[in-house]
Ligand binder design. Structure first.
Ligand SMILES: [Zn+2]
Length: 244
């Protein structure tokens, strides 16, 4: 890791995306001295209120925002930015406005690494696909001073990571994970297990994760696909901060 404190920027669509994907990596990198920032595009207001419900149907947006803020505090993000676009309609967000918002954040934070969904949105959720596309668009624009010259000096992100093509519960039961295409970073996050469980539990309206078998193995490892950046010395690599 370079002597300067690197920034990791996580760009996701909904409250809970950060706890399903990225919480362990964020905590591990923060423990190694990185500055970690979360940008969440929607308040997840069209999600469910939980079973049993944790809030009235009309309060889901406020409830999920509260859950997100609690989870982000547990994970220890240095900053959280909620963009407030409409849940399940992210693909229709005004593209110029979205680009400007993300370019402004990227140029101010100067992240070495950005983490987001892969182009298939991990589970093909249209909002996940949309935020992946918006993130790549904004990273390219942030590096080009001709775009939004009033949004600060240009900044080139060094590495982009995507969620992998294998789900965490499938990765956990795979004995040949290293051979999977897209398993480019396999990060041991087992030391952060309890805090990750606490972050997941902060999302009281969504307990999906805890119904999975192999929970201990799921919580021990996070896998990332290398979208682009400096060549990896080994594949899978074990440390996302290496060489940035
Ligand atoms: Zn999501």
């Amino acid at each position: 890791m370079s002597p300067e404190r690197p920034t990791l920027l996580f760009i996701f669509a909904h409250p809970d995306d950060e706890s399903f994907a990225g919480a362990g990596t964020a905590m591990k990198c923060a423990g190694a001295g990185a500055h970690t920032v979360l940008v969440t595009a929607t308040r997840g207001e069209r999600g469910k209120a939980g079973n049993p419900p944790v809030c009235a149907p009309g309060e889901i947006a406020a409830c999920r925002e509260r859950e997100l803020r609690d989870a982000a505090a547990i994970i220890g993000f240095d900053e959280l930015h909620l963009l407030g676009y409409r849940d399940r309609e992210l693909a229709d967000a005004p593209r110029d406005e979205m680009r400007r918002a993300l370019v402004t954040h990227i140029r101010r934070m100067k992240p070495a690494i950005v983490v987001t969904f892969d182009p298939n949105g991990f589970n093909a959720h249209p909002d996940h696909v949309a935020i992946s596309r918006f993130a790549s668009d904004a990273i390219a624009a942030a590096a080009d001073p001709r775009w939004h010259h009033d949004a600060g000096p240009s900044h080139a992100v060094q590495r982009l990571l995507w969620t992998p093509p294998i789900a965490p519960w499938d990765a956990a039961s795979s004995d040949r994970l290293d051979e999977q295409p897209g398993a480019d970073f396999v990060v041991d996050v087992s030391s952060w297990r309890e805090r990750r469980i606490a972050a997941l539990r902060a999302h009281r309206s969504d307990r999906h994760f805890f119904s999975k078998p192999h929970l201990d193995q799921i919580l021990a490892t996070e896998v990332w696909r290398h979208a682009w950046g400096p060549a990896l010395r080994e594949r899978p690599a074990r440390d996302i901060l290496d060489s940035v």
